[in-house]
Design a protein around this ligand. Structure first.
Ligand SMILES: Cc1ncc(COP(=O)(O)O)c(C=O)c1O
Length: 397
């Protein structure tokens, strides 16, 4: 587009005008780093704004790079559409606030990620929305007794963070559908590579994209996918009211992450299996929990509903409790002491001396942990190196 002869300040703002983008064919989608989009005419603006014509208006409401990530995500989960967010928690909040009104309740599996628990505890009661928790392994059997006319959804997280409890997805869907209830799943740990909730009848799938989707521990994001009818309900709450939309650069990084997701998740899963078999026999370890281990109580259900592996996260109980956890962390050399998971690096968290420092043994037990509980999010390094590092740190406790 040419703008004719203009003066210096105008030149500084407009430069040479936009190139003809229809003539440029990059291999990877451009990062549409623009907060607003130009209309061709007053009529075009009116048509796009009113939804009569497809198009983009304002990046909080939608952006071509974000849309690429959303479409890719919906395709991988086997559903129609998606919407992306600045974080996983923003995605969860948008879903809750779309469907729940004062007086309603939701039934959730327990345990769930601590940040989600915090959102439910701090925000939802203020709006007079009640959360009823049921244990992950029994939720499908117990939910009918708890459902009432105010129940709006069944929310499940499986495998759960950090204890790796597993919900029987198909049975939970069956029980929920008897009451015409929507099922929402947090599929962050498994990803669509290993677990396909939509095929099991789940209505809405969400992720902390910060984890395996990003894959490199450098970017925050969230995503919700589902049938068009559901996404059309969530979108106005997400983008018009709450506004926690993803940034275009972030969406681009997430799309790039998705291109290698199957490769990375396969390696994370293989490594976690090898490392958990090693830890299961280690004399300093009381108990190893990984859904892929036959000795893990969640194994049978995990085997039924996951394929291609069991993910990258495992948990152990150290002999020697809190002090053992502290020494173990301080002696690690390769594995990093950090919250989060899904990164190429192996990340280790000992809740009793970090995230749950203020918790007594009883408090820890109430959230399914012990003082010696350690979560290990196995990366994609050579597993021999990860095991050697864990082994030398374990030998010091
Ligand atoms: C299972 C799960 N869901 C949701 C979240 C929240 O995601 P975010 O930290 O991207 O807001 C997390 C974060 O750790 C998580 O582990």
């Amino acid at each position: 587009m040419s703008h004719g002869k203009v003066k210096f300040n105008t030149l500084a703002v407009h430069g040479a005008g936009m190139p003809d983008l229809s003539k440029i064919k990059p291999v990877s989608i451009p990062i549409y780093q623009s907060s607003e989009f130009v209309f061709d005419s007053a009529e075009h603006g009116a048509a796009v704004m009113s939804g009569q014509e497809p198009g983009f208006v304002y990046t909080r409401l939608g952006n071509p790079t974000s849309q690429d990530f959303e479409k890719r995500m919906a395709l991988l989960e086997g559903t129609d559409e998606g919407i992306s967010f600045a974080s996983g928690l923003a995605a969860i909040a948008a879903v809750m606030l779309t469907y729940c009104r004062p007086g309603d309740n939701i039934i959730s599996s327990a345990p769930i990620y601590g940040g989600t628990f915090g959102l439910f505890k701090d925000l939802l009661p203020k709006m007079n929305i009640e959360i009823i928790y049921l244990p992950a392994k029994d939720i499908h059997e117990l939910l009918s007794a708890k459902v009432n006319s105010k129940t709006k959804m069944i929310y499940i997280e499986t495998p759960a963070n950090p204890t790796l409890d597993v919900v029987d997805i198909a049975e939970t869907v069956k029980a929920a559908k008897k009451h015409n209830l929507r099922v929402v799943i947090d599929n962050t740990f498994a990803t669509p590579c290993l677990q396909r909730p939509i095929e099991m009848g789940v209505d809405i799938v969400l992720h902390s994209a910060t984890k395996y989707i990003c894959g490199h521990g450098d970017t925050m994001g969230g995503v919700v996918v589902g049938p068009k009818a559901e996404i059309d309900q969530i979108r106005p709450m997400a983008f018009k009211n709450l506004g926690g939309s993803i940034a275009p650069l972030t969406a681009w990084l997430m799309s790039r992450g998705l291109q290698t997701l199957p490769l990375r998740v396969e390696r994370h899963s293989q490594n976690a299996m090898i490392v958990s078999r090693f830890l299961e026999k280690h004399p300093k370890v009381l108990r190893t929990c990984y859904p892929g281990l036959e000795s893990c109580s969640a194994h049978q259900v995990a085997k039924k509903q996951m394929s291609g592996g069991y993910g990258g996260v495992l948990a152990i109980d150290l002999k020697g409790g809190r002090e053992a956890g502290r020494k173990f962390q301080n002696n690690l050399k390769l594995c990093k002491l950090a919250v989060s998971l899904g990164s190429v690096d192996t990340l280790v968290t000992h809740p009793a001396s970090t995230t749950h420092l203020a918790y007594s043994e009883e408090d820890l037990a109430s959230v399914g942990m012990t003082a010696g509980f350690v979560r290990i999010a196995v990366g994609i390094e050579d597993p021999e190196d990860v095991m050697a590092d864990l082994d030398q740190a374990l030998s010091k406790i």
